[in-house]
Design a protein around this ligand. Structure first.
Ligand code: AMP
Length: 473
């Protein structure tokens, strides 16, 4: 099937062609014709499947056809994070270059008066995070009753971040007979309920992440002493053939500390977390994309769904609290046919979290780095980083205070059967990022804490279909 077959306009076909895409991805093939026909849609799809274009492309044609110089916005795209919203805006720019559509990006951390000025001039599409949208609506700066097309993207993430009450409220402010498209990587109960309430006779499309992309990720665990995680990570960054890497941590404070520590060790490092101002986050991302830095330390929320191509390694400095987050994290590598490596540092307290991840992956055991459970981990000398290993910044001095080799080898401990964690040592999640401080804790956050607390409880979450035989590397 070609893009011409899915019913897009010539202008759009030209823009798509210039983007270098040869054929629509499965979600695009299935979604675009239905959206063009005006149907509601539930898209169960992860980032990396081409889902953004699956809604942006038909939206552009719908808006292009019915163009009127109305001041009221005609469509609304809701995104859970500022970065994702900015990414969707970029997509609009790219695909909509031959259409004269006006968009407003309404996200926190940016100048509200500029956004208001834009709104006053009249826009066709609003691309917003719920918080800023509600804020502007509350100030009487936005009319939503002309929005006949609504996209709720990354709905499961919205749930994690406590945005569902906002989404429900926003839905009630839009025309009842609008077209609604909802995208989510998973369909937990509250999202199903939301869809039942606000979508009418939707077509459901479920696409798996291309099986090959999962098979292309070599997933490994490295058993470490909790006090020696930084040393272990530093050693791995030197020993592994790291072209560029994203390192995930569960806490914003750890993101900051780790970035500082790695920088001090001579690595070219950036960071991205929810406490950073928007321009700063974007700057860090741009530096990473431009290869000025090759290591990005990130928190889940800030990195969710970011389209960064060609990442050779993902490191989980902390095992994520939610198994789903593991999938999202490792999905940053092994994209678009490229191979990737995902390495997770595991302490004795992480046994249950790893078991939950393995269960989500169909029970396939994630092997220890080095091949088999018996194999010793790699312990290449830190001073002689192999070619292509994470490169230190040009100006970087030689790291001081290196540990003797024997001690370094210990930091990456021998793989062994995990111990059961002591409950009291279980980590508690920080306040979810990007959620206004005055809001009640999200249901999912409470669930997240419950998962962390109740180690004996089985993971009963949804098992995405994309977890095929490829899982487990
Ligand atoms: P998404 O799932 O929306 O995050 O998209 C993932 C990546 O796939 C983005 O870099 C898109 O530019 C790219 N992409 C989207 N559609 C296609 C296509 N039909 N062919 C090739 N790449 C695509």
């Amino acid at each position: 099937m070609t893009f011409a077959d899915v019913g897009l306009s010539d202008e759009l076909l030209r823009a798509v062609n210039e983007s270098g895409y040869n054929e629509p991805t499965p979600i695009q093939q299935q979604a675009i014709p239905s959206v063009l026909m005006g149907r509601d849609l539930i898209g169960i799809a992860q980032t990396g499947t081409g889902k953004t274009a699956a809604f942006v492309l038909p939206m552009i044609d719908i808006l292009g056809e019915g163009r009127s110089r109305a001041r009221m916005p005609r469509s609304l795209i809701l995104e859970p994070t500022r970065e994702l919203a900015a990414q969707v805006a970029e997509n609009f720019e790219k695909y909509g270059k031959y259409h004269k559509l006006n968009k407003a990006l309404l996200i926190g951390g940016t100048n509200m008066s500029d956004q208001i000025k834009k709104l006053e001039k009249g826009v066709d599409v609003l691309i917003a995070t719920p918080g800023r949208l509600m804020d502007l609506f509350g100030r009487g700066k936005i009319m939503l009753n002309g929005c006949n097309l609504l996209v709720i993207d990354e709905a499961d993430r919205m749930l994690d971040m406590g945005f569902i009450p906002d989404i429900e409220e926003i839905c009630t402010k839009l025309p009842a007979n609008r077209q609604t498209l909802l995208f989510s990587a998973t369909m937990p109960g509250p999202i199903k309920k939301l869809a039942d309430k606000f979508l009418s006779n939707p077509k459901t499309i479920e696409v798996s992440r291309p099986a090959s992309s999962n098979a292309l990720i070599d997933q490994r665990v490295v058993r470490v002493d909790a006090r020696k995680k930084k040393e272990a990570l530093t050693q791995l960054l030197r020993a592994e053939n790291v072209k560029n890497a994203i390192i995930f941590s569960n806490r914003k404070t750890t993101v900051r500390e780790l970035a500082t520590s790695l920088k001090r060790s001579g690595f070219a490092v950036g960071q991205i977390h929810g406490d950073m101002e928007q321009p700063e986050r974007i700057r860090e991302l741009e530096r990473f994309k431009a290869e000025e830095i090759n290591i990005l330390v990130a928190s889940d929320v800030a990195a969710r769904g970011l389209d960064i191509k060609g990442v050779s390694h993902v490191f989980n400095f902390d095992v994520p609290w939610q198994p789903d987050d593991y999938i999202h994290r490792i999905g940053r590598t092994g994209r678009a046919g490229a191979t990737g490596v995902a390495i997770t540092l595991v302490t004795s307290a992480d046994a249950d979290a790893i078991a939950a991840i393995e269960k989500l992956g169909g029970g396939v055991r994630i092997q220890a780095l080095g091949g088999t459970a018996e194999a010793a981990p790699r312990t290449e000398p830190a001073d002689e980083a192999p070619e292509g290993a994470a490169k230190p910044e040009k100006s970087a001095r030689k790291p001081r205070g290196r540990k003797p080799k024997a001690e370094k080898a210990e930091a990456v401990a021998q793989p062994e059967q995990f111990e059961r964690p002591e409950r009291s040592r279980k980590a508690r999640p920080e306040r979810t990022e990007d959620r206004p401080a005055d809001r009640k804790p999200a249901q999912a956050e409470t669930e997240e804490a419950a998962v962390a607390q109740d180690a004996d409880e089985e993971w009963n979450g949804p098992i995405p279909s994309f977890l095929g035989a490829g899982f487990g590397g």
